[in-house]
Write a protein that binds this ligand. Structure first.
Ligand SMILES: *Cc1c(COP(=O)(O)O)cnc(C)c1O
Length: 391
């Protein structure tokens, strides 16, 4: 068959035909243990029966009406998310980058309402916020921006986890209206900031009447051992974006607001045809329900620490390991050398992993992972890392 897919991806040589829980099967019926979950998407596992049932049931009733009309399920989902996050309003999108696009537009509106005509948003080096023009301009990675200039203006990049760098910008630049960060940088290499970083950012935002925008697209929805990663820090942002795990594979994103972020986007200022349609909202409601019932927030802590400690034990003598770190089930093993080749080696051993930022093995397993499956990942991957390093 001719390949008519635009060459924006470099897929590994495998096609999956079905899944169940933390397992996938390829078209030759070989079984794989999934330690990446579609990049933090399939948190409640593959082919989750309640979700499959809910999607089927909803498809039989109503898929889409548009935001020309009230959507009961959207209201219900917004209620649930606001209760979990202690926030007030939600705009629904179809992806992460679109959720960030809403947050960036919101920050610009907020600025214009304050009479600031040329607003700037502080963002971090090493960040990833998506691939639309505003989101890629916010992203702190030139490889993602190269060839797409002119970039969207109004972003100031500072070092991540450097509160003084933010202070300096705020002191020197009066037109800063927002600070947009990931609570843990995902694509950037599972970078976990100092314990008080977000609290200090919160304080600076209050002092300077800036919006605190957190991109929780990867960290949100139990991944780090709290519903949202900001809940480790005892603060609430003004704006938070979600996507990835929200639909467990059904495309949906969200931009939540509270405090000075609330009430900024009004009728006619933003929209989406598909955003928050009945199918996507029914799926997300089911995902949240399953996460609550199975206590996946606590599971993420327990299994995440189990995996991380397992690697620490197995790899203790290996000099080439720079660091092993985690926040719940967002796990990074940093090597001295680039190691993207490990992904294919693991695939051949029927284990799905990811390498990001060149040197960081990133694991984002489904949150429903059993203890036994967790131990399998640790044993199998430890051996692969050891033999990879020896070569
Ligand atoms: C994946 C991701 C995005 C982009 O989400 P898409 O759904 O791919 O547009 C944005 N921010 C973070 C932190 C992400 O991990």
């Amino acid at each position: 068959m001719a390949n008519n897919i635009m060459a924006t991806y470099s897929p590994l040589p495998v096609t999956f035909a079905k899944g169940e829980g933390a397992y996938l099967w390829d078209t030759e019926d070989r079984q794989y243990l999934d330690a990446i979950a579609g990049i933090a998407v399939c948190s409640i596992g593959h082919a989750q029966p309640e979700l499959a049932e809910a999607i089927y049931d909803q498809a039989k009733q109503l898929l889409h009406t548009s935001n020309l009309y009230h959507i009961g399920l959207q209201q219900e989902l917004a209620n649930q998310l606001c209760a979990l996050a202690t926030m007030d309003e939600v705009f629904f999108s179809n992806s992460g980058t679109e959720a960030n696009e809403a947050a960036i537009k919101l920050a610009r509106r907020y600025a214009h309402q304050k009479g600031i005509k040329n607003p700037k948003i502080i963002v971090a080096k090493g960040s990833f916020h998506g691939r639309t023009l505003a989101a890629l301009s916010a992203t702190g990675n030139q490889a993602i921006q190269k060839g797409f200039e002119p970039l969207v203006e109004g972003f100031v990049h500072v070092d991540y986890n450097d509160i003084d760098a933010i202070k300096q910008q705020l002191d020197n630049e009066k037109s800063i209206v927002a600070i947009m960060l990931e609570p843990v940088q995902g694509e950037g290499g599972v970078n976990i900031p100092e314990a008080d970083y977000l609290q200090q950012v919160r304080a600076l935002c209050d002092q300077h009447e800036c919006l605190m925008i957190l991109d929780e697209i990867q960290t949100g929805l139990c991944r780090t051992g709290e519903w949202f990663a900001f809940q480790h820090s005892n603060i609430v942002p003004d704006v938070m974006t979600l996507a990835k795990a929200l639909g467990n594979g059904v495309p949906i994103g969200a931009c939540l607001t509270t405090g000075r972020g609330a009430g900024v986007l009004t009728a006619g200022t933003h929209g989406s045809t598909f955003g928050g349609n009945p199918l996507a909202c029914r799926a997300a409601l089911t995902v949240i329900d399953v996460m609550k019932k199975s206590d996946l927030k606590n599971q993420a802590n327990i299994i995440g620490d189990l995996i991380t400690n397992g690697f620490r034990k197995n790899l203790v003598d290996i000099e080439e390991i720079v660091d092993i770190r985690n926040k719940g089930m967002m796990i990074g093993i940093e090597l001295e050398e680039n190691c993207p080749g490990l992904v294919k080696i693991a695939l051949e051993s029927q284990l799905l992993i990811n390498v990001t930022a060149g040197k960081v093995i990133r694991l984002l397993p489904p949150l429903i992972l059993s203890t036994e499956q967790a131990e399998t990942i640790v044993q199998q991957l430890s051996e692969l890392i050891k033999s990879f390093i020896k070569k």
